[in-house]
Ligand binder design. Structure first.
Ligand code: DGY
Length: 320
């Protein structure tokens, strides 16, 4: 069996594939043309790809009939054309679960960092502007006992809510297409029947929905205007869920107080003006980037491939 890994990843999964006697070829960040050429050149039985790879019908056709599975090295799979995969009988998998704690931690780090003006304070120190303690300097916002709005109560959203309630005595309000009364009881959380209810009531709003046609620009100028003037927006899911140009305008105008983003609408670029805003914190899509978690993702993606190539149903199949 021959496996193509489209980018270098931590070695746990590579070792696992090797232990099965599979030949593993590690690519060097292919663009689409290069990936098609590589797949057409050789016969691969499986591909381990990631969110940089836009996997569509052309890619599947270049891979050919012997290629059974494309295992995405990510929990999100908006880069995969699931319909084209299903039409060709190709299995698509992702890596859920193993990154939940890490992404929830990063989300909370962003909440604390934007509320306590950490990045601004760091820049201030490095610029030699600190000349002694001042009662009015860099005043931030308390997180404890405030209301956290969660948009999307999946694994990660629920974990962020857990930290908010148990660690910071926050009140949680959430929107999700599916109401979860058990969660409400456990965390004293309130269900917002519409996204707008959560936006209007929250001091911090954290986005945890997948990128789908229905969630693209879910947060637009109109919805930003519904948020409290002193509220913060946090996004560790997918960039296009927020209209980033509208967000820059809202941050400039003081429509909301701040934003902390790990994902961007047109990665790796940021919307014009975002980098200059003091009331924004930006990290380069690293919410799942700890050594342990990236190894676990590598192992899970490899496990999905092994299951498929040995004729079993992989644990993390995704369907459209
Ligand atoms: C994912 O898994 O979808 C993240 O964006 C990268 O870890």
């Amino acid at each position: 069996m021959k496996i193509l890994v489209t980018h270098e990843i931590p070695d746990a999964g590579i070792k696992l594939l090797g232990s099965k006697g599979y030949e593993v070829v590690i690519g060097n960040a292919f663009d689409k043309k290069e990936l098609i050429a590589e797949l057409a050149k050789d016969r691969y039985d499986a591909v381990l790809c990631d969110l940089n790879d836009k996997i569509d019908a052309e890619i599947f056709d270049a891979a050919g009939k012997q290629c059974k599975i494309f295992a995405n090295y990510a929990v999100g799979y908006d880069n995969m054309d699931l319909k084209a995969a299903a039409e060709r009988g190709i299995v698509i998998t992702n890596t859920p679960g193993v990154l939940t704690d890490t992404v929830a931690e990063h989300t909370f780090a962003l909440i604390l960092a934007i509320a306590h003006r950490m990045a601004e304070g760091d820049r201030f120190m490095r610029a030699g502007k600190y000349h002694g303690w001042e009662p009015m300097m860099l005043l931030g916002t308390d997180v404890s006992k405030k209301t956290l709005g969660i948009i999307g109560l999946g694994r990660i959203g629920s974990r962020v809510a857990h930290h908010a309630v148990r660690g910071f005595n926050m009140k949680v309000m959430y929107y999700d297409p599916k109401r979860n009364e058990q969660f409400e009881k456990e965390f004293g959380a309130e269900f917002g029947p519409a996204v707008e209810d959560v936006l209007r009531a929250s001091d911090f709003v954290s986005i945890h929905v997948p990128l789908l046609p229905a969630t693209r620009h879910l947060i637009n100028a109109e919805r930003l205007a519904m948020m409290k003037k002193n509220a913060y927006l946090i996004n560790t899911s997918r960039g296009p869920i927020i209209d980033e140009a509208a967000l820059v305008a809202a941050l400039r105008a003081g429509t909301i107080r701040g934003a902390a983003l790990d994902v961007f609408e047109n990665e790796p670029a940021m919307a014009p003006g975002l980098a200059e805003l003091e009331n924004a914190i930006v990290t380069p899509h690293i919410a799942s980037a700890t050594e342990g978690t990236r190894q676990a993702m590598s192992e899970l993606a490899a496990q999905n491939i092994i299951e498929a190539l040995e004729g079993r149903v992989p644990p993390n199949v995704v369907k459209g």
